[in-house]
Design a protein around this ligand. Structure first.
Ligand code: 5GP
Ligand code: MN
Length: 339
């Protein structure tokens, strides 16, 4: 089942539409879709007179903070530190979070909530809510949020539209990926019509980086390796962002999300990987991208992660070499899909 049923829609709208107090969460290390979807719904509900609180958990060894890329977003004042997030929210909504572990230090709030509504588009979603509004074909979680607002009769103001546009631009790769349907462009048109500065949003997301990042990119991209025999001959390119790289350039893991977007352009390989070592622990975050012939979301589930066909990830705890071995083994037996 790819789209939510009428019953799931009805349950979600009853829970969200009926809540005077509502608590919102998105995944650890939030990206534009996670933050934008959460803040878009949060801003709309707050403007409608509800009491709204939002946050995201932290993974081991991390500290709480909004990635600097998204510091322009309106409604950031809805956010509270994880320590201040309600222990037993009456109604909880999670965004862009395919599985419970992706809520990090706030995972326990789902079981503690009266009603938990999961709003998501990951193919690997484990349906951990009491209500699950999951549409695998949605280009972004924000597409579902926009539909929630429409069905609840809540208006798209600029304060609501800017986070939703941020989410849409992020998850479609600037309207480039296959999920960019005519209705995605129609939604983008409605969001732009509210008067948001869409050019500044896109610039902040795609075309702004520190000089330190540009230099780090040079270092890590120059170490990119190719294994043409990986994935049954489809090929794998990969590089590593080591804790020393982050330290040398004064950057954090949140600053290096975009490295994969450069590595994946190498046409010699179907699959691209970036291994990111956590500065404080032995764990390695693995970001993966494919050109479509390998379903990376499905591949990552047995590795403890998840995601989409074209973009997925997992965390490994035995260092980079071990993570690379695990990835290579999984790729060796992954089915090849028609593209
Ligand atoms: P990224 O490489 O940008 O961190 O993640 C790519 C995609 O894979 C995103 O949709 C993200 O939500 C998903 N993803 C990344 N890491 C994990 C993980 O550890 N578990 C799950 N379930 N999904 C992940
Ligand atoms: Mn998303």
């Amino acid at each position: 089942m790819r789209a939510p049923s009428a019953q799931e829609w009805s349950d979600a709208l009853t829970a969200i539409g009926g809540a005077d107090d509502i608590a919102l969460l998105c995944h650890v290390g939030p990206d534009g879709d996670a933050l934008g979807s959460m803040l878009g719904l949060g801003a709309a509900l707050r403007a409608n007179g509800r009491s709204v609180v939002a946050s995201f958990g932290i993974a081991d060894g991390e500290t709480f903070g909004v990635p600097s890329t998204y510091s322009f977003l309106p409604a950031l004042d809805i956010l509270v530190e994880p320590a201040d997030f309600p222990a037993e929210p009456e109604v909880l909504v999670t965004f862009d979070t395919g599985s419970l572990d992706r809520l990090g230090s706030l995972s326990d709030r789902v079981a503690a909530a009266g009603t938990s509504v999961v709003v998501d588009h990951h193919a690997t979603n484990t349906r951990y809510g009491t209500v699950n509004l999951v549409d695998v074909d949605a280009a972004a979680t924000a597409v579902l949020v926009a539909e929630i607002l429409d069905r609840l009769g809540l208006p798209l103001t600029a304060e609501v539209a800017a986070p939703l546009y941020t989410a849409l631009v992020t998850d479609t790769g600037s309207f480039k990926y296959v999920a960019t349907t005519p209705s995605v462009h129609e939604l983008a048109a409605r969001l732009i019509a509210t008067g948001i500065e869409h050019d500044l949003i896109s610039r902040a997301i795609w075309d702004t980086a520190s000089l330190a990042y540009v230099r780090l990119l040079g270092d890590v991209c120059s170490r990119t390796e190719l294994d043409p025999g990986a994935a049954g001959g489809l090929g794998l390119v990969w590089t590593t962002v080591r804790p020393e790289d982050l330290q040398r350039h004064g950057l954090t893991l949140a600053d290096v999300e975009g490295v994969i977007d450069v590595v994946r352009t190498a046409q010699e390989a179907e699959v691209a990987a970036v291994f990111k070592g956590e500065p404080e622990t032995d764990s390695v975050r693995v970001s993966l991208r494919s050109k479509g012939a390998v379903d990376l979301g499905a591949l990552c589930v047995p590795l403890g992660g998840g995601g989409h066909r074209y973009a997925a990830g997992f965390t490994s705890h035995g260092g980079v070499e071990d993570a690379l071995d695990r990835l290579r083994s999984a790729l060796a037996t992954a089915p090849h899909l028609p593209t």
